[in-house]
Ligand binder design. Sequence first.
Ligand code: PLP
Length: 405
Amino acid sequence: MLDVNKIRNDFPALDQMVYGQPLVYFDNGATTLKPTVVVDTLKEIYSKRNSNVHRGIHYLSLRMTEEYEEARKRVRKFINAGSDREIIFTSGTTASINTISSTFGEEFVKEGDEILISAMEHHSNIVPWQILAKRKSAILKVIPMNDKGEIVMEKLDDLMHEGTRILAINHVSNALGTINPVKEIIQKAHKENIPVLLDGAQAIPHGIVDVQDLDCDFYVFSGHKVYGPNGIGVLYGKEEWLEKLPPWQGGGDMVEKVSFEKTIYADLPFKFEAGTANYPGAVGLAKALDYIDTLGKDRITAYEKELLNYATSRLSGIDGLKIFGTAANKISIVSFLLEGIHQEDTGMILDKMGLALRTGTHCAEPVMTRFGIDGTVRASLVFYNTIEEIDRLYEGLIKLKQMFK
Ligand code: PLP
């Protein structure tokens, strides 16, 4: 069992009043709060240990380089990648996807080829592929979802063929909470020789990622959604793929030798890390992953499941409340609407009660279009949330309904 009261003390942001009420933070899908250990690490680096990596031969630089490379190993272990060469630090999920859409696209996508995504993608996993499709006169195809917010697997079979160059899909939907059957999807794609990129932005904080077991070709996520710092992210790629791809950005650190006639690129993973690295971010991220492992991934998963089940049954009991995203396999996200009350009004009034929820399209506009709505209210729950907080949401919604009667 998780000691949630003790855990909450690790997150000072939880201990504050908003409009005279104790804060309930249910916007974890947008960004998670940071444990003290992460904040302290950043403070220590900036105040004492700061020095650029991979450059200096002096003490501080060598030490920071060591910490940065240790952070890479930490990430490798956390997602069970086979080699440090497969772990590239980026600024986040968006940058990681753009790296692949640009480099893979440059090398392997040509006119008339197809790029496959799903109907439940975040804009970050749509727009980069649209840009590529436009640049290469390729075609973007979309795997549909059913009314529960689950991928229609039979349609996936129909959509994959010889001309499909890559399949990019989220592991978990940020708008609906669906955990996609990505292992099965990857197996199907690989049978057709189609590489798969998984957008793991929402899966990684829930501790369910093993890239070797999944056998994905690329896996991407952001530090700030997994209790780590902002501005740091990860691109995992199978070595055999990363070797074949050209660099995305040019600059310092990604080169072995430079002359005006010819440049030799650095080896993996540095080929994809141009410019000064975000080493404080990487080390802070490693601390966040340590923190999660100390709590225990299995315990986190079990507790968050409990929160999801409780929130789903409590909210379902409210007359006129509809939940969007009722997949059999879900993480702890509850997206909903109250009949006759606009999602923004719901969000604004709950905010005045001290409850922080996300409203709008969640950067997944096509999901909203699919359900014929303009947005939802989203509660995304994690291990520092409590049953009592869900009760406060329930009571807040009941009060809100009375106000709108
Ligand atoms: N993909 C998914 C599923 C997300 O939920 C998000 C952020 O909400 C992103 C991609 C983009 O992440 P970032 O803005 O950190 O690059």
